[in-house]
Design a protein around this ligand. Structure first.
Ligand code: ASP
Length: 441
């Protein structure tokens, strides 16, 4: 059994968090490959080490003295080292890393040091072998991960050392130059390691107990989603739920390795498991039928009318879509009636172009009339248990209707794992609460 385990910045912010990580790793011998982020914030006003490193780079680039920032960085690591009673001379390692720094030193190199120092400390603390990410995450010169080279190197290294700690967030080009992923990229490193080593599970430890069924700013203390499929996750994140970056799930998704999101501060909580599909659907999940609810605010609708539209509809649709393309307005939905159809899009995308777009539509001789309205918000009700089951949308609409929420638009994908309703923005939060309270409890 092999678990690849990634700990995020808040799980490594100080020695207390380091101790929690050690406890987690020690309770399960299969947690053999550990990927770490740089220390994150200890409290809201604190700084993330990675942010400080980017700041260092900016100072270096413009020839501004950066000793104070580097001092803050060093202090954090030395404090962790001392409080964890480690021997490693991290101060010296940091000095060495910054020794030959000048204007030409790449931003990526500097930013990557946060994970590098963090992994060094953690390796000693766990008694695991430190393996530099630059030794195995290999980028091609096109900036993409060279999976073949990366796999060979990682397999070799893990074959030799078995239990390793490796920094997240970066790798190297064939000429050894360091390259980082996008921010939050340690998630990607962990997913790549899990996929290439064929891990039984990829555990991603953070500061929340998994993915919540609904935005906690709207519903107080919502439930955690115990099991979610990648497709459901995609629907939820597209509709505004903050979940993992797609690049961070892709490697494990293609290998069908379960991704388990866990909370370092609540290690007994099983968190959320993400998989392609689940063989056994649980009675409780079937009964609840909703996996999660997410929503996005502030959409506008253009309504297009044409009496006896009939076969002219195709042409009209094309004309309208071409105009949206010309004005670079992304379309979200196209609900359609017999002699009319509507185009729904984010309000912010039309601001400056509003009059031009409406004038162009009015000038189209095939359109009888058109109008524009704002103030629509979309709510996605997502659940694999909704597919091919009669009566689900009825229940959803009834709950909203009984509470006097007017539904402006309705959309359901053919895979039936989501139903998206458009409501007036002033009803947005209330509608989400109603749906959660009616079906998620
Ligand atoms: N330390 C990096 C960041 O703050 C990467 C990570 O934590 O995943 O973005």
């Amino acid at each position: 059994m092999l678990k690849v385990v990634k700990f995020g910045g808040t799980s490594l912010s100080d020695s207390k968090q380091f101790a929690k990580v050690r406890r987690i790793v020690e309770t399960d011998d299969s947690r053999k490959v550990i990927v770490v982020s740089a220390p994150g914030r200890r409290e809201t006003k604190d700084n993330k080490i990675t942010d400080l490193l980017y700041l260092c780079h900016a100072h270096i680039k413009y020839d501004v003295e950066f000793d104070r920032i580097l001092g803050m960085i060093k202090e954090r690591y030395i404090e962790i080292r001392d409080e964890c009673a480690l021997k490693i001379d991290i101060g010296k390692i940091i000095d060495k890393a910054f020794e030959n720094i000048d204007k030409n030193t790449s931003q990526d190199y500097i930013a990557s040091r946060g994970e590098y120092f963090s992994a060094m400390l953690m390796a000693e603390y766990l008694g695991y072998k430190f393996v530099d990410a630059a030794e195995w995450i290999t980028f091609g010169y096109d900036g993409r991960v060279d999976y073949k080279a990366t796999e060979e190197k990682l397999r070799d290294l893990q074959g030799i050392y078995e239990k390793i700690v490796t920094p997240g967030f970066y790798g190297s080009y064939p000429n050894d130059e360091i390259k980082v992923f996008s921010r939050g990229g340690s998630d990607i490193t962990g997913a790549i390691a899990a996929a290439l080593l064929g891990a039984d599970v990829y555990e991603n430890w953070t500061d929340v107990s998994g993915i919540l069924m609904v935005d906690p700013r709207i519903v107080d203390k919502p439930k955690t989603i115990a099991r979610v499929t990648y497709d459901e996750l995609r629907e939820l994140s597209y509709m505004g739920a903050s979940v993992l970056h797609e690049d961070a799930v892709f490697p494990v998704r293609v290998k069908d390795i379960p991704l388990n999101i866990r909370n370092t501060n609540d290690p007994d909580n099983p968190g959320t498991i993400i998989r392609e599909s689940f063989e056994d659907e649980l009675e409780e999940e079937y009964e609840r039928f909703i996996t999660g609810i997410a929503g996005k605010k502030d959409f506008s609708i253009v309504n297009i009318y044409k009496n006896r539209m009939g076969s002219a509809k195709n042409r009209l649709l094309r004309d309208v879509l071409e105009l949206f393309e010309k004005y670079d307005i992304p379309i979200e939905q196209i609900p359609s009636g017999v002699d009319s159809f509507s185009v729904l899009f984010p309000s912010e995308c039309i601001k400056a172009k509003k009059y031009d777009l409406m004038a162009a539509l009015r000038n189209n001789e095939n359109i009888d009339s058109c109008d524009l309205s704002d103030g629509i918000s979309l709510i996605a009700i997502v659940g694999r248990q909704m597919a091919y089951r009669a009566g689900i949308s009825g229940k959803i609409f009834k709950a909203l209707g009984d509470n006097n929420v007017n539904i402006r638009t309705i959309e359901q994908g053919a895979d039936e794992i989501n139903i998206i309703v458009g409501v007036f923005t002033e009803d947005f939060e209330r509608a989400i609460k109603i749906l959660y309270e009616s079906f998620a409890m």
